[in-house]
Design a protein around this ligand. Structure first.
Ligand code: R1P
Ligand code: URA
Length: 236
């Protein structure tokens, strides 16, 4: 047991999928895992462990933003000895070429600005995804026909920003595909603990075109991402 998680030692598998939204965690566990068991309900940050094709996998929700994410990730890595973290998040596309409902695989991440997404300067700056997990995800996505793009993403601490979408101009000029609010923290804390990490993100809105998905379609929307993450999880 840890301050934010009631699970005991041994309740988590070595590989954990990390959606932000607890409802996504529950849907993924109930839809894809055999014999899913809820291992954490504290603060409704739902966590589950079950089997996927006979292999143990866990799914833990992490809330919104770097501060919340780091609490769950830290306790998984430090207390539960988790070795591989795969974020199954959502993002906003930063270019019209990245389609709504497709998948973005974060091959590198930057903060939105010098201040934002920098994990408070606590960890090394250059952490990225595990190259083997990236290769596995790209190969599997191509094999099963999931529409996806891989590249630079940015990580923001702010969802509602007074500058609106203008704040993304620099990131867009650098070729960033999408924005989320946790990937920077994921790559940095995984590197700190010597663990492996990958962030895959379903596009739920497009900052350029203004298109948005509706929350009501979101569970079906996550089928591709959940399948891909679970395939990578059991290969890893
Ligand atoms: O849907 P999740 O995984 O929470 O991810 C995205 O959605 C939240 C903002 O709506 C942020 O957490 C952002 O990173
Ligand atoms: O961080 C996020 C997540 C989804 N959509 C956005 O615009 N930003």
């Amino acid at each position: 047991m840890t301050p934010h998680n009631e699970a005991g030692r041994g309740d988590y598998a070595a590989t954990v999928l990390l959606p932000g939204d607890p409802q996504r965690a529950e849907w993924m566990a109930e839809t894809f895992l055999e014999a899913p068991r809820c291992v954490n309900r504290r603060r409704q940050a739902l966590g589950f462990t079950g089997l996927f094709r006979g292999k143990p996998v866990s799914i833990q929700s992490t809330g919104i933003g770097v501060s919340s994410f780091l609490i769950y990730a830290h306790e998984l890595l430090d207390f539960h000895g988790v070795r591989t973290l795969i974020r199954t998040g959502t993002c906003g596309a930063l270019t019209a070429a990245v389609k709504l409902r497709s998948l973005v695989i974060s091959q590198a991440v930057r903060g939105e600005s010098a201040e934002s997404g920098q994990v408070f300067g606590l960890y090394g700056a250059d952490a990225g995804p595990d190259p083997e997990l990236v290769s596995q995800a790209l190969a599997r996505a191509a094999e099963i026909g999931i529409e996806h793009q891989a590249g630079l993403t940015i990580c923001s601490d702010i969802f509602y920003h007074p500058k609106g979408r203008d704040r993304f101009a620099e990131a867009q000029a650098q070729g960033a595909l999408a924005v989320d609010m946790e990937t920077s923290a994921l790559y940095r804390i995984a590197a700190h603990f010597g663990a492996r990490a990958l962030s895959m993100l379903t596009v739920v809105d497009n900052v350029v075109t203004g298109e948005q998905t509706d929350y009501s379609e979101r569970q079906a929307l996550f089928t591709d991402m959940a399948r891909l993450a679970l395939d990578v999880a059991i290969e890893s």
